[in-house]
Design a protein around this ligand. Structure first.
Ligand code: HAM
Length: 420
């Protein structure tokens, strides 16, 4: 048997209901803020991510699924959605003289070491806003996250961390100061941090290594390098969050693993999923549109990691209510096609209820066993007697007190809706 590729998961029928609930809820919240859907390709030119996400980031350096197209072009499966979103809007002239607030959803691909909450194919729902320079839209995007957790009933498992990286000039000055401080101490850094000192020094702040963290105690601090305008933007954002009643922690070590961020960055984190604590992350990327060849356009967004939110909902033992459904037991070969007509009629009468028709024969006892195992709430018995009398036997499978009654087909819908 050929098996699934490592890090690529199946979402099985018993789990798909929770996925649909989580996706539907988050997309519903984002739509309620009037963000419009954009659908983006899974494959892009590798160059888009190299230039967008950054050559020296872990993602581009070692995590992309890259392949050569037949004509030799280098293509990559998208590791994230922001760069594609910028490309699509710019390519279609949608950033010219207008603002945009868009949302996308779908699988992303990163060749990471798989573990709980970390997969090589994982799912994001993202929201991005273009053309707004003020902190109000940063606050709006954070508020969308807060509304999502509320709507899902998982707010108490998630907290918000925010930081400001300052302008790109401030970041460069800070990076230089950090490298100057850490270079003489290189031998004492963990292996990953030694490599990052050359490629992506700010990511060293993220290191979980205690010795490295100890060295960072006396390192130059990012907030000391952040420019005044960016500080004012950040303070205004924090005030707005206060007004919105959204609690946060300012984490000066929050730097993010993608190169395009400037000013505000944020992460929604949980303690309940071990090392994979970030369930949603984002920030401002005012320089990216220009860097990819467009005009200077302020932009900010986030992406929710759906795999982790689903895990969290399962941990929180969130119950997703299953809509009532109906199993039709049909006796005898002659009635099988009439059973299909009956199912069609009932689906039309009750579009909110799924109707499953028994197939494969057997007596009513065996069919009722199947009905029970299917999880259906109701069963209908349709045999010679019912066909002759025009009255169907309707049985509640989950509540014996409702019992079994005989009814003409026209009254089935009413009975189901009053007793479900
Ligand atoms: P990111 O932090 O790389 O940011 O990913 C966002 C979220 O996707 C993470 O917080 C996490 O929940 C989830 N995620 C990332 N990698 C994996 C994985 N291997 N397995 C499971 N879940 C994962 C971005 O992708 C940016 N594009 C976010 C953004 C949008 N910034 C501005 N706009």
């Amino acid at each position: 048997m050929v098996r699934a590729v490592r890090g690529m998961r199946d979402i099985l029928p018993q789990d798909a209901r929770m996925w649909r609930h989580v996706e539907g809820t988050i997309q519903g919240v984002i739509a309620s803020f009037a963000y419009e859907e954009i659908r983006l390709p899974l494959l892009e030119f590798t160059e888009l991510f190299a230039r967008g996400v950054g050559e020296a980031t872990d993602i581009v350096e070692k995590e992309m699924y890259t392949l050569a197209d037949r004509d030799g072009d280098s293509l990559s499966l998208r590791p994230e959605g922001t760069a594609s979103c910028v490309r699509a809007l710019e390519e279609n002239g949608l950033l010219y003289n207008q603002n945009q607030r868009v949302t996308y959803a779908g699988p992303m691909f990163r060749y990471e070491k798989p573990q709980k909450g970390r997969y090589r194919q994982f799912y994001q729902i993202g929201a991005e806003a273009f053309g707004f320079a003020g902190p109000d839209v940063d606050a709006e995007l954070i508020a969308i996250g807060a509304e999502c957790w509320k709507a899902l009933g998982i707010s108490k498992h998630i907290s918000l961390e925010v930081n400001s990286l300052g302008s790109s000039e401030a970041r460069i000055a800070y990076k230089e100061a950090l490298v100057a401080y850490l270079s003489p101490l290189k031998a004492q850094l963990d292996e990953d941090s030694q490599r990052r000192l050359l490629t992506n020094p700010m990511r060293i702040l993220d290191s979980k290594n205690p010795a490295t963290q100890a060295l960072l105690q006396l390192a130059p601090q990012l907030p000391d390098f952040v420019d005044a305008a960016s500080k004012a933007h950040f303070q205004q954002l924090l005030k707005m969050l206060d007004v919105l009643g959204i609690s946060y922690k300012v984490n000066p070590n929050l730097v993010r693993g993608l190169d395009y961020y400037t000013h505000t960055v944020f992460e929604w984190v949980t303690q309940d999923l071990g090392a994979q604590g970030a369930v949603c992350a984002g920030g401002r990327y005012d320089g990216l549109v220009k860097q990819l060849g467009g005009r200077d356009t302020p932009a900010v967004g986030f992406a929710v990691g759906l795999d982790r939110v689903v895990l969290l909902c399962e941990l929180a033992e969130l119950e997703v209510k299953q809509s009532a459904d109906l199993y039709i037991c049909v006796l005898g070969d002659e009635l099988q096609s009439k059973g299909m007509l009956l199912a069609r009629q009932l689906r039309k009468q009750m579009p909110q209820i799924s109707v499953r028709l028994h197939m494969g024969g057997g007596n009513f006892k065996k069919q009722l066993k199947r009905a029970d195992a299917s999880g259906a709430t109701w069963a209908i018995l349709y045999g010679e007697e019912e066909a002759a009398s025009g009255e169907l036997s309707l049985k509640h499978l989950r509540d014996a007190s409702v019992g079994q009654v005989k009814l003409p087909v026209e009254q089935i819908a009413q009975r189901i809706s009053s007793k479900s």
